[in-house]
Design a protein around this ligand. Structure first.
Ligand SMILES: Cc1cc2nc3c(=O)[nH]c(=O)nc-3n(C[C@H](O)[C@H](O)[C@H](O)COP(=O)(O)O)c2cc1C
Length: 163
């Protein structure tokens, strides 16, 4: 019987990237009270009752420790005109919030304006997931606007073309 060959990382990335997603910025506050944020495409809605969402963070990225320690996080679902926020929270050096109109939400959560949706969450579970950690959050507050979404596919941004 032949053993299937394990794919290398470039093939895995290409196959995983075939799944088109939205783009979110996740925010929280670290133990020193500084806002922390990162761009994420791994967000998914999980359950309506109770309202649960999940997302995955790569171990070792700079904001990881803050999210691992924090009791709460905010999900910002980016709109089509917020690609600059995705770039900033994926690759920005130093204070990624500098110059942004950041509101202080419940539990000190840093909130960004102009998003398609904002979900305020309490972290209820963390699961090991290889080189990532899967965070499960219970939604305790939300707002949403009928903006067109920012999409991500094959390592590039996209826009929605309705069928
Ligand atoms: C569109 C997009 C989606 C991303 N999705 C994720 C994700 O789901 N999980 C993750 O850990 N990193 C994801 N990243 C990468 C993180 O945003 C990035 O590694 C993190 O902000 C890096 O922080 P550092 O360079 O300061 O360590 C994504 C980046 C982009 C551009």
């Amino acid at each position: 019987m032949s053993t299937p060959t394990l794919p290398g990382e470039p093939e895995l990335r290409a196959a995983f990237g075939a799944f088109a997603t939205g783009v979110c910025v996740l925010t929280t506050r670290d133990a020193e009270g500084c806002p922390q944020g990162m761009t994420v495409s791994s967000f998914a809605a999980v359950s309506l009752a109770p309202p649960l969402v999940l997302w995955c963070a790569q171990r070792g990225v700079q904001p990881f420790a803050a999210f691992e320690a924090a009791a709460h996080f905010a999900v910002h679902v980016l709109s089509a005109d917020q690609q600059h926020l995705s770039d900033r929270f994926a690759w920005g050096e130093g204070n990624r919030f500098a110059g942004l109109a950041v509101e202080q939400g419940p539990n000190g959560l840093p909130l960004l304006p102009g998003c398609s949706a904002r979900l305020l969450c309490e972290t209820v579970e963390r699961h090991a997931g290889g080189d990532h950690v899967i965070f499960l959050g219970r939604v305790f507050g939300l707002s949403h606007q009928p903006f067109e979404p920012l999409l991500y596919h094959g390592g590039a941004y996209g826009r929605l073309l309705r069928a």
